[in-house]
Design a protein around this ligand. Structure first.
Ligand code: PHB
Length: 401
């Protein structure tokens, strides 16, 4: 799609509106503000990683969001769409500047992003102050739908607490009580580990060791050596994208594959099983999606995604698709007028999104209330094993709206 420099400029449209309003008092023949706005492109700014270890996540989200827009006739509330793509590089120190660029320079109507929780923290703070509409299609930072929650901020993915939480019960039901945690030592890894612990420790599980690896480093050898010497019942890990490929391959190469159970939130095997190859086979994870979810919306989505992009969809694609559907619902309810905030927000809070993951609802804090599945990689596919937790809601601690 077009970038910020091509097509009809919204700023020009605003300038025209201003001029029109000045003359409107003297002439009733001029078009209304909304009639002019109806022609202007809706500007969607993406703040997503198009480089670095999370590149394939950013691409899947962007692809699937565009698919959702295309399936809606390429329009939002009757208006054509312009995408303004910004590479977040998954680097928190750059997040404030890039968010400001999208909001104040590019004057986007919606920001869609990010993937990385650290980027989300900076972005959400600015979006709250600027009152910009935001849809978070991945980053799980609990704070975004906790203390930072806001009427203009929505999430179509998960809170970091959610996907790890059901795994505690899965392990305890199998009598696995001694666990080592290993994760990228930033917000997402820490909060994911905490979600797991909350479902594990109070019910008799023990954490014998926590190993944090600095993001986005992929030197896992020291951690693997330590894990091999501890011999826990299971290891719970948080890695994703390029890091997940490397970890799962290193795990198998270290000879741990059939000795110690490796589990985690489903990011460990999402969008990467092809690259992981045989090393991924048999790995069990919990997530709000699985490739084989046998519902019409999932079958249709996977077929359309494969046809459009020549690859298999994954959870990131699903979250991006739902971001597109959510924006469509909001813009339709607003009749294309981005100023009709109350109608837009109400629709985004209440519309049942026909998601490939199955229908989910938006919590009061604007985070999905959704099912979590136990999955297993079989022949490179993340297959459903069973429903692990139904309609799991994030605790949303500290959210006041
Ligand atoms: C995050 O930083 O919130 C994050 C990144 C990648 C994932 C999940 C969560 O797969």
């Amino acid at each position: 799609m077009a970038n910020s420099t091509s097509g009809y400029s919204r700023r020009r449209a605003l300038a025209l509106m201003g001029a029109g309003a000045g003359v409107a008092a003297a002439s009733t023949a001029l078009p209304t503000r909304f009639a002019i706005g109806g022609q202007a492109k809706v500007r969607i700014g993406t703040l997503l990683p198009y480089s670095g270890t999370y590149t394939r996540l950013g691409q899947a989200i962007t692809n699937a969001m565009e698919l959702a827009f295309d399936q809606g006739g390429g329009k939002l509330g009757g208006r054509p769409i312009e995408l303004v793509k910004v590479d977040s590089e998954a680097k928190p120190p750059k997040a404030a500047e890039l968010t400001n660029k999208l909001i104040n320079q590019e004057k986007v109507d919606f920001v869609v992003g990010p993937v990385h929780s650290g980027v989300a923290m900076a972005m959400a703070k600015i979006a709250r102050e600027e009152n910009t509409m935001v849809v978070v299609p991945n980053a799980g930072a609990n704070q975004v739908t906790g203390p930072f929650c806001s009427p203009n901020i929505f999430r179509t993915s998960f809170s970091n607490w959610q996907p790890g939480h059901p795994m505690g019960k899965v392990l305890l039901d199998e009598g696995k009580k001694n666990v080592v945690l290993c994760y990228w030592g930033y917000g997402a890894g820490k909060q994911s580990a905490q979600g797991f612990k909350d479902g594990f420790v109070p019910h008799g599980g023990k954490i014998i060791k926590e190993i944090a690896v600095p993001f986005p480093k992929v030197e896992f050898q020291a951690a693997l050596t330590e894990i091999a010497s501890i011999k826990p019942d299971a290891v719970y890990v948080f890695f994703a994208g390029g890091g997940a490929v490397k970890f799962v391959k290193d795990w198998a190469a270290a000879g741990l594959k059939d000795k110690i159970e490796l589990v985690g939130p489903g990011f460990l095997t999402e969008g990467v099983t092809k690259a992981q190859g045989a090393a991924a086979e048999g790995i069990r994870t919990t997530l709000h999606y699985a490739d084989t979810l046998d519902i019409p919306a999932n079958r249709a989505f996977r077929a359309a995604y494969k046809q459009a992009f020549g690859k298999e969809a994954d959870v990131y694609a699903v979250q991006g698709f739902d971001a597109g559907l959510l924006i469509r619902a909001g813009m339709d309810a607003a009749g294309g007028d981005t100023g009709a905030r109350a109608a837009m927000i109400k629709a985004m809070e209440t519309t049942a999104i026909p998601s490939p993951r199955g229908q989910w609802t938006m919590s009061a804090a604007h985070n999905p209330v959704q099912n979590f599945y136990l999955r297993q990689v079989r022949n490179g596919v993340n297959e459903v094993v069973k429903l692990a937790m139904e309609n799991l809601s994030d605790p949303a601690k500290g959210c006041r709206m």
